[in-house]
Design a protein around this ligand. Sequence first.
Ligand code: WTA
Length: 659
Amino acid sequence: MQPSVIKLTRMTEAHTEAPTHYPPSAAFAATANATAEIYDRAEADRLGFWAEQAKRLSWATPFTEVLDWSEAPFAKWFADGTLNVAYNCVDRHVEAGNGDRVAIHWEGEPVGDARDITYAQLKDDVSRAANALTALGLSAGDRVAIYMPMVPEAIVAMLACARLGVMHSVVFAGFSATALGARVEDAAAKLVITTDGQYRRGQAASLKTAVDEAVANQPSVEHVLVVKRTGIDVDWTPGRDLWWHETVEQASPEHTPEAFDAEQPLFLLYTSGTTGKPKGIVHTSGGFLTQASYSHHNVFDIKADDVYWCTADIGWVTGHTYIVYGPLSNGVTQVVYEGTPTSPNEHRHFDIIEKYGVTIYYTAPTLIRTFMKLGRQIPEAHDLSSLRLLGSVGEPINPEAWRWYRDHIGAGTAPIVDTWWQTETGAIMISPLPGVTAAKPGSAMTPLPGISAKIVDDNGVELVPGADEAEHVTGYLVLDKPWPSMLRGIWGDDERFKDTYWSRFAEQGWYFAGDGARYDADGNIWVLGRIDDVMNISGHRISTAEVESALVGHSGVAEAAVVGATDATTGQAICAFVILKESAHGGSDNIVDELRAQVSTEISPIAKPREIHIVPELPKTRSGKIMRRLLRDVAEGRDLGDTSTLVDPSVFEAIRASK
Ligand code: WTA
């Protein structure tokens, strides 16, 4: 078989005048948690390195074996050790004398609605919830669905499950009743925890109604536990429905945590695959918590006096690992914000950073590009001098957004960690270490110490970094060695687990992440996006992300989405959908020609889009991912596929009108 790697020639490098590398300042490097030495230590003895990291946790029974890979791809890490995950996230900090430390500065969506929760209070709350769940008949191995906005009780509920060895399945509160129902059914959840309603841009909207609909014909569901958040009216099913304040808040704050095996399942998290049925990704306890704690400590350089803020929602894996388990296992003080970045106006995030003196801010490229679109006068109206480290996750960050983030939010000095990982990997895998790496905008750089990743061609042959510097050769990103927080399977479907992740490179026994990537001449990894987002134009594979990055490199462009549409001549042709910045409206008449030229000079004439549509909005899921599948439908003139996970299905009328 011919390797189908692509060869693209860049005519010019973008941003020739801007630095290509951003090393940390000497002052940052001098006090950094992670130094270059840990790469060497991990390289010399990978399993020994992980055993050492696992000692960040309190084990009830110490483990003697690090990894059992004899039943690959089903891994066991630290298998004969026992621990309690919630004890590690809460109780031990109180026992260490830090009970008065604020665990969560909670900021509600309505301005002024805020609460500080200390570790001692969190311990009492989690203990009460664990007692209440036990009284409802839940025990280790059961499943609980959590369908809640970003209120403190959602985190308490997750930790109460963890404390009891019960698996939580958090379902993003923006999902529909149908989506929730499918997940409750697949997991056969016994309990659903929700709220009466949630605030959406200042309005109280019902949430429990969706739960009522979702569980109507679900025999597994015995109870629905409801936190009163907005006070709106709810329907009530006596016997089944219970108020949180009448059960959990009345329970005893005394609860002794039981130790569970390291491989005790911790949670299920559904993620979309290539078929319509979502996959329930299974994570377990000891390995997951080890890597969550290790990566959080080193990638975010966490210190005792930091105020950390991850803007994700607990409905996604980032909220699991970098709001709940990583930060709390490390005993940090963090901000948790309930609402959207534009409520009541687009200053909200910056107001919060100022109010709490946030030092570490971890968000998604889509939000950074939104801020760019709104203009730098918004961050400039605030004192953001407390920020010392910035993070990015979820999709490739284009170099222009990276530089804007550093200049206008990070005062031109804060290191940026571009963190690559997935629901399936459980924790960050590829990222700069902020006190070590001279980061390049747009690259997630290299695997963390203890992690092994490669970029290979169709035949599993590793690409050679810098083989030909002028050519951009793209391959498959694989993880060639097991890691502690790896998924342990797909709930109830071992075959699908093997098939989805382990069959592409079955012979080698590698995990295929589904992403395309390339090495630069220095061997750094540039993740280009999902392989199914890679187009094939006249036999050349071109990543949608690369074309998008070129388009947003134009000063008039705020955001761009690119898809490959079927073309009789070239196989696929590139269709671009572009949002212009406010300032570009009414500007150049031939912006479309300029953009085509831009792509041509940034990548190659073969990457020139066939069509460029100027649109007012892009179709996005509630987690902010652009739904390219739907854009392909539009580009190819088909009826639209499933639009149920879109934030605003009406954007299509506007997009169609622009065609
Ligand atoms: C993409 C989110 C480039 C990638 C934690 C991956 C990224 C998918 C990055 C997983 C990054 C995530 N650079 N691409 N820094 N981070 N991705 O499961 O395509 O929601 O496979 O996990 O997001 O998305 P998921």
